[in-house]
Ligand binder design. Structure first.
Ligand code: NAD
Ligand code: TYD
Length: 355
């Protein structure tokens, strides 16, 4: 079985769903269920014995030790993190605790477990750390995209905490021989994305008739990847990645924020026109920029393609259409997330199941 942390969040839940759709290998899913963790994402797995959910903190050494000893996973995939840049600016403490201290404790628990495995299992074991391109810092317009060799220059509390966790993972490999691989991915979008991030926020605000807040001049560039493509990259790196290596994952889809917002508006104009017949773009509002806002991220994804044969399946056009359609088809999920009702839902639906 594999051991996943943060599997009730946006990317983690997509990964768990894809994993169990493609194989019968069970997954144990350790998630604290912070505001961003939502077991409703995994509702389709209710009663499926291949998914074992445990509510808990990745930094809880006694809990993680016990789970590793009991379930004896062949791999750990570490998604758990505080992930929102704006929250990290308002309150960095949780980011230090979960992303740095939590990763450290998890590494120590995994190292103890891995050290005691029989030789063959020890050799086959993998610790895959899921990270972000934001650790590399910001690019100007004409810089080449981030390659794996780019020095780390994190600028926000979030990216600094992720950079620190990447360094710990690297050191646990070099010092202790822990068999690690790391992925650094660009901005994801798709189903189950919490509506505090750009794309889902624009969709739900547009539908609610609210302003669409664009930071600064809206010309900041991100490199967008459909979440299922990120999941397939992680599976591929887990299967064939070289120990101690890092792999940048991206979709060759650099776009300024304002273009993303216009695309979302146009899709909504087509799929769910406003009652008054006016374009959703009328709701766009320029607001004060984020402090220290990174101007451009872009991923050079040639290494993962060359060495592991991975390429994204979706273009931005197909992925964003699916995403907008998913939000239109799942108003209850959106309403529950916005009202916080998903927490009650979880308490009711998973009573006794969540440890
Ligand atoms: P998310 O915020 O949606 O989910 C994070 C999950 O981790 C939640 O379910 C939360 O409950 C859980 N969690 C938080 N603190 C925890 C703790 N102390 N112990 C156990 N669980 C805890 O984030 P996401 O967007 O799904 O990101 C997942 C990972 O991918 C993160 O490590 C993030 O840095 C990385 N990443 C995200 C993106 C992106 O665009 N979202 C891009 C590249 C990399
Ligand atoms: P976000 O989804 O928070 O991801 P990240 O900051 O990790 O890249 O933001 C993506 C881009 O969109 C980023 O440049 C900030 C911008 N943005 C807005 O312009 N308005 C918003 O309301 C949000 C949430 C983000």
């Amino acid at each position: 079985m594999i051991f996943i942390t943060g599997g009730a969040g946006f990317i983690g839940s997509n990964f768990v769903l894809d994993w169990l759709a493609q194989s019968d290998e069970p997954a144990i899913n350790l998630d604290k269920l912070s505001y961003a963790g939502n077991l409703e994402n995994l509702a389709s797995l209710q009663g499926d014995a291949r998914h074992v959910f445990v509510q808990g903190d990745l930094g809880d050494r006694a809990l993680v030790d016990a789970l590793l000893a009991q379930h004896r996973p062949r791999a750990v995939v570490n998604f758990a993190a505080e992930s929102h840049v704006d929250r990290s600016i308002h309150g960095p403490e949780d980011f230090i605790q979960t992303n740095i201290v939590g990763t450290f404790r998890l590494l120590e628990a995994v190292r103890a477990y891995w050290s005691g495995l029989p030789e063959a299992e020890k050799a086959a074991f993998r610790f895959l750390h899921v990270s972000t391109d934001e650790v590399y810092g910001t690019l100007s317009k004409d810089d080449p995209p981030f390659a794996e060799t780019k020095p780390y220059e994190p600028n926000s509390p979030y990216s600094a905490s992720k950079a620190a966790s990447d360094h710990l993972v690297r050191a646990w490999h070099h010092t202790y021989g822990l068999p690690v691989v790391t992925t650094n991915c660009s901005n994801n979008y798709g189903p189950y994305h919490f509506p505090e991030k750009l794309i889902p926020l624009m969709i739900v605000n547009a539908l609610a008739g609210k302003p669409l807040p664009v930071y600064g001049d809206g010309m900041q560039i991100r490199d967008w990847l459909y979440v299922k493509d990120h999941c397939s990259a992680i599976r591929r790196v887990l299967e064939a990645g070289k120990l101690g290596e890092t792999y940048n994952v991206g979709g060759w889809n650099e776009k300024p924020n304002i273009e993303i917002v216009h695309t979302v508006c146009q899709l909504l104009d087509e799929l769910r026109p406003r009652a008054d017949g006016q374009p959703y773009a009328q709701q766009i509002t320029y607001v004060t920029d984020r402090p220290g806002h990174d101007r451009r991220y872009a991923i050079d994804a040639r290494k993962i393609e060359r060495e592991l044969g991975w390429r994204p399946a979706e273009t931005f056009e197909t992925g964003i259409r699916k995403t907008v359609q998913w939000y239109l088809d799942n108003p209850e999920w959106v309403a529950n997330v916005q009202s916080g009702a998903y927490r009650e839902w979880v308490a009711k639906q998973y009573e006794g199941e969540a440890a």
